[in-house]
Ligand binder design. Structure first.
Ligand code: ATP
Ligand code: MG
Ligand code: MG
Length: 546
């Protein structure tokens, strides 16, 4: 059946299907290098590749592109598998590894040597770079370019057997040092790396370059559409060149799309690692990190991230998406699902002087005013409560409809209270706000008198201590420049000693909430019954209203 193309990649696939290029097969792959944790940019690629597999009832492989032994680790393999599954996708069969194809790659490199299409070069990396030319100047041939097939085969085998040190020799494609596309000027196919690989140990002394390895990986797995980011567009002729002598007639084709950039976020594993190594964050899953594990810990849901990836679409030109769209998506997902308890983030004590001492009464509050089906709960009310420090102003500015001396407000689900006086410590900080309440105003009692402001509150004797971690953007402004560490926002984490209503006492890591009037929160993995820790996911859109 037809898939209605919603992006240019689907349009390309439909065309291939009409022309019968792959006999109607659609087989994609997500090919991360296990050299770090996945970020939101990878989520876009995951949603795209797995989404194509699903739309065409095809298959999607998870393949680790593990061809750089020095940077890769099984820790990253495990985190990547966890992240893909968490996002809600299931790969075809077991996960695959480029390192499982090292023998096939080596054999294919020998085929190229035998055909006179590859040679061993003794030049240094620097010499190779200098003789490559530039846009206006052709490169110059290596003095080793015309070695015999026999000599090349012998040297290549010696490279493999560890006869040479790192950088002493490379295997290069013999294409054209004057090709207008610099990528095609005898690119390096293999380099010597004397380092242990996380899966193959010390078996290999040579490792294939991405441009050689990737098309072979795709071809071995019989991938049809090899979707990658735009910077590989100039590499496409090389991708096709590598596969010219590949025996299978159904060769994969590379299609490029624009990579995702998001304001206030760095989108590169290398830069994210720099933040971790500089101890500016508490690891790859710090809730400020744009990693999938960081977003998960921050309280983002798989549905919100998938929704975000769908909304941004798939384009052929680079652009930067506003982080506000990601924030919109999590609000949308949680709005009707998350219960809305009252938590006072920055508490100040209120004493209701005309309320009986020692008395606690239960008042009824709806769990989610926008979703009646979530029902209601009983909340303790008493003589001493907490309210937000910024819900009180000693000298209120115009249109401040919250608490102030002589002013009356509604306490959500309870009574109207009027501020009578305040108590300050020696430093001038308010320690107590004294109020009186009007017993006739109990919520639901049919009182017709109106007040402008409604505050959330928490009864003091039954309150639960909550550590609330408030986050701001990790980077002060979007910058993909070199000195991004200089854009680090030192105020990106603020720890608050908050007071929550009793129901917070049983929260478990991963529980989502909207704290009334405060924003969306999630219980952090550091949280225990004795020490509750929550992360602010995102504020409410209009935190001053309501
Ligand atoms: P980084 O530069 O962050 O290290 P990478 O591209 O080197 O990323 P890989 O592990 O090689 O990371 O990427 C796996 C797949 O994810 C690739 O197909 C790559 O094109 C894609 N990808 C990486 N970053 C983005 C992004 N910002 N937007 C969309 N796709 C991305
Ligand atoms: Mg890469
Ligand atoms: Mg990279």
């Amino acid at each position: 059946e037809e898939v209605v193309a919603v992006n240019f990649i689907e349009a390309e696939i439909n065309k291939d299907n009409e022309e019968g290029v792959y006999g109607g097969r659609v087989h994609t792959r997500f090919p991360p290098e296990p050299n770090g944790y996945l970020h939101i940019g990878h989520a876009k690629s995951i949603c795209l590749n797995f989404g194509l597999g699903q739309a065409y009832k095809g298959l999607t492989n998870l393949r680790f592109d593990d061809t750089n032994p020095e940077k890769e680790d099984v820790e990253y393999v495990n985190s990547i598998k966890e992240d893909v599954e968490w996002l809600g996708f299931q790969w075809n069969g077991t996960e695959l590894y480029a390192s499982d194809y090292f023998d096939q790659m080596y054999d294919y490199a020998k085929v190229l040597i035998q055909k006179g299409k590859a040679y061993v070069d003794d030049q240094t990396a620097e010499q190779i770079r200098q003789t490559r030319g530039d846009f206006s100047t052709p490169g110059t041939n290596s003095p080793f370019r015309d070695r015999s097939v026999e000599e090349n085969l012998k040297l290549f085998e010696e490279m493999k057997n560890g006869v040479y040190a790192d950088g002493e020799k490379v295997l290069r494609a013999k294409i054209d040092m004057a090709d207008p596309n610099i990528v095609m000027r005898d690119p390096v196919l293999y380099r010597i790396v004397n380092a242990d690989h996380h899966r193959t140990g010390s078996a290999w002394k040579i490792y294939p370059m991405y441009d050689f390895a990737h098309p072979i990986e795709d071809a071995i797995e019989r991938i049809t559409h090899s979707v990658c980011t735009l910077e590989f567009e100039v590499h496409r002729p090389l991708y096709n060149w590598v596969l010219e002598d590949w025996a299978d007639s159904e060769k994969p084709r590379q299609i490029e799309f624009a990579r995702l950039n998001v304001t206030n976020m760095v989108m590169s594993k290398r830069k994210l690692r720099a933040l971790v190594e500089a101890n500016l964050v508490a690891g790859w899953d710090d809730p400020r990190m744009p990693t999938i594990s960081g977003l998960r810990r921050r309280g983002y849901t798989p549905a919100a991230i998938r929704d975000f990836c769908e909304r941004i679409g798939v384009a052929k030109a680079d652009s930067t998406v506003d982080v506000a769209l990601l924030e919109f998506c999590i609000r949308e997902d949680l709005k009707l699902k998350a219960p809305r308890p009252m938590v006072v983030i920055d508490p100040v004590k209120v004493i209701i002087d005309n309320y009986p001492e020692g008395q606690i009464e239960m008042v009824t509050v709806e769990n989610n005013p926008e979703n009646e089906e979530m029902g209601s709960r009983e909340v303790a009310f008493g003589r001493e409560i907490y309210i937000e420090r910024n819900d009180f102003m000693e000298e209120p500015i115009k249109k401040f409809f919250r608490l102030a001396p002589g002013k009356e407000v509604r306490l959500k689900g309870a009574y109207f209270v009027t501020c009578q006086c305040i108590v300050k410590d020696d430093a001038g900080n308010i320690t107590e706000i004294h109020c009186t309440y009007d017993p006739e105003t109990k919520s639901g009692s049919g009182c017709t008198r109106k007040v402008k402001g409604t505050l959330h509150w928490v009864e003091a004797s039954t309150a639960v201590d909550v550590e609330a971690r408030l986050y701001d953007y990790l980077l002060k402004e979007y910058s993909d420049g070199k000195d991004f560490l200089g854009d680090f926002n030192p105020e990106s984490l603020q720890v608050m000693h908050s007071k929550g209503e009793a129901c917070l006492g049983t929260t478990k890591p991963g529980d989502h909430f909207q704290f009334l009037r405060q924003g969306y929160y999630v219980t952090d993995k550091d949280s225990t019954p004795d020490h509750i820790v929550v992360n602010r996911i995102v504020g409410l859109r209009d935190s001053w209203a309501k």
